[in-house]
Design a binder for this molecule. Structure first.
Ligand code: 6PG
Length: 256
């Protein structure tokens, strides 16, 4: 593994998905311990996509399964598809099937969206209220989740903040239903103010098809992609990427 620190945060360049999951799991466990010591609980928003399952498998191995205080973690989802939980498209549904259902987590610690398949707009409003209630927010305040996990698509989207979509311009709401033309459907997503209020954001990004956009996101000056608008006010972004996603980085350490 190589690690470099760029202006957008520390970047860990891993040889395999397993190595990437190892580092992401260690970082999550570190932050979990810090948060529980400081505030008595750890608020964590999981992400969707194909990258998290390797992290979930790593967290289920004995060293983390037996050491992380699962009953003190509150699980949210940074974005959700407007499908029922039992759909293989459901982000919280997949996280439950691959991780949450296998751990001693009290039901009250699970914070999925509800009704997202029947009423996206109402579901976004309800999720917003869930965040307001849990974080005891006053009007105009945004929640500081301890950790928001994110992936990045080849178009530079993260959560369900896709290029050219309305949610990117949202400055007041916490959660919105965002119509995504390329899918001809809506998604429920955290807005940028929520992402940018997090204590830490961990990106897990794999695949050569993302290398060009990722190089722009990590080293470019011009903001062209949604991922470049993720800039936590007082938080830190950690980037866990594989070698193929890193191949266009100018700052790559040269192999001796
Ligand atoms: C989703 C995700 C989405 C995902 C990226 C990256 O609902 O699909 O939240 O933002 O993280 O598309 O997906 P991969 O990790 O599969 O490349």
């Amino acid at each position: 593994m190589d690690n470099i620190t760029l202006k957008r945060g520390p970047v860990y360049i891993c040889a395999t998905s397993e190595e990437l999951a190892d580092h992401a799991a260690a970082s999550l466990a570190r932050l979990c311990k810090e948060a529980i010591a400081a505030r008595g609980y750890f608020s964590l928003a999981l992400s969707g996509g194909s990258t998290p399952p390797v992290l979930y498998a790593r967290l289920l191995k004995d060293d983390y399964r037996n050491s992380i205080e699962w009953n003190k973690i509150h699980f949210f989802i940074g974005d959700e598809r407007c499908v029922p939980y039992d759909s293989k498209e459901s982000n919280f549904g997949n996280a439950s099937r691959l991780l949450l259902d296998k751990l001693p987590i009290p039901p009250e610690n699970l914070h999925p969206t509800i009704n997202q398949d029947k009423d996206p707009a109402g579901s976004a409003k309800q999720y917003e209220e869930e965040l307001r209630k849990f974080f005891k927010l006053k009007p105009g305040e945004f929640p500081s989740l301890d950790l928001i996990m994110l992936g990045m698509g080849p178009d530079g989207h993260c959560a369900s903040l896709f290029p050219g979509t309305k949610a990117l311009d949202e400055t007041q709401r916490l959660v919105v239903d965002n119509f995504v033309p390329k899918f001809d459907s809506s998604r429920i997503t955290f807005t940028l103010p929520v992402l940018n209020s997090a204590r830490e954001i961990h990106f897990m990004i794999e695949g050569a098809e993302k290398s060009e956009v990722l190089a722009e996101a990590l080293e470019g000056d011009q903001v062209q992609y949604p991922v470049q608008r993720v800039a936590p006010k007082s938080g830190v972004i950690y980037w866990y990427i594989d070698r193929s996603a890193a191949r266009d980085l100018c700052s790559l350490p040269r192999k001796q």
